[in-house]
Design a binder for this molecule. Structure first.
Ligand code: FES
Length: 169
C-alpha cells in the first residue's frame, strides 16, 4: 500500500527538486497525474519552479517540452514566486462576453508580465480564474481576496496605482 502523500512530502529535503520527485512518487509516477502533481507542487511551494520540470519529466517518462507545454497551457499554475498582491482576472464566459480579453491584454501590458508570472519588483502576481461569482458585474477581478466588478482599463489602472502607492506603507 502506498504511503499518504503528506508523509512522503515531509520526509524529503526542502529543495524543490526533491519535493517534486517525492510528489511524483506519491502519485505513482503516472503521466495522467501531471495536473495533480502541479497542483501539489504549487500548494507546497507557492508556484511550480522551473528546476522541477526535468525532475517531473524524468519521473513520468515524458519529454521536458511536453511537461512545460502542459504547465504553460493552464493559466492557474504560477511559474514564479507570488508577489505582494495577487491579481486574479476572470476569463470565464460571462466576463468573456464583456470583453475580459481586452482587460487581460491590458493587464499584461501594464504590468509587463504574462499570466502566471510576477512583476520584476515583486509587487504583483497575475492569475486567471474561471468565474468569481460576480458575473452580473463583468468583467470581474479579485485582488488579495477583494472583489471588483465592471473593471475596464481605466479602473484597473486606478486600482493598481492605489495599491502601488500603498506599497511602502
Ligand atoms: S464569468 Fe466572470 S465572474 Fe462569472
Amino acid at each position: 500500500m502506498s504511503k499518504p502523500l503528506q508523509d512522503i512530502i515531509t520526509q524529503v529535503p526542502a529543495g524543490s527538486e526533491a519535493r517534486a520527485r517525492a510528489i511524483c512518487e506519491a502519485r505513482g509516477n503516472r503521466p495522467d497525474e501531471l495536473l495533480e502533481i502541479f497542483h501539489d507542487l504549487q500548494h507546497e511551494l507557492g508556484y511550480v519552479p522551473e528546476e522541477t520540470l526535468p525532475v517531473i519529466a524524468n519521473a513520468l517518462n515524458r519529454s521536458r517540452a511536453e511537461v512545460y507545454g502542459v504547465l504553460t497551457f493552464y493559466h492557474e499554475f504560477r511559474r514564479t514566486p507570488g508577489g505582494r498582491h495577487t491579481i486574479k482576472i476572470c476569463r470565464a464566459e460571462a466576463c468573456q462576453a464583456m470583453h475580459t480579453q481586452n482587460l487581460c491584454r491590458h493587464a499584461e501590458e501594464k504590468l509587463r508580465v504574462k499570466f502566471g508570472e510576477t512583476t520584476a519588483d515583486g509587487q504583483f502576481s497575475l492569475e486567471a480564474v474561471y468565474c468569481l461569482g460576480n458575473c452580473a458585474l463583468s468583467p470581474a477581478m479579485m485582488i488579495d481576496g477583494e472583489l471588483y466588478g465592471c473593471v475596464d482599463k481605466e479602473r484597473f489602472d486606478s486600482i493598481i496605482s492605489d495599491l502601488d502607492r500603498g506599497a511602502g506603507a
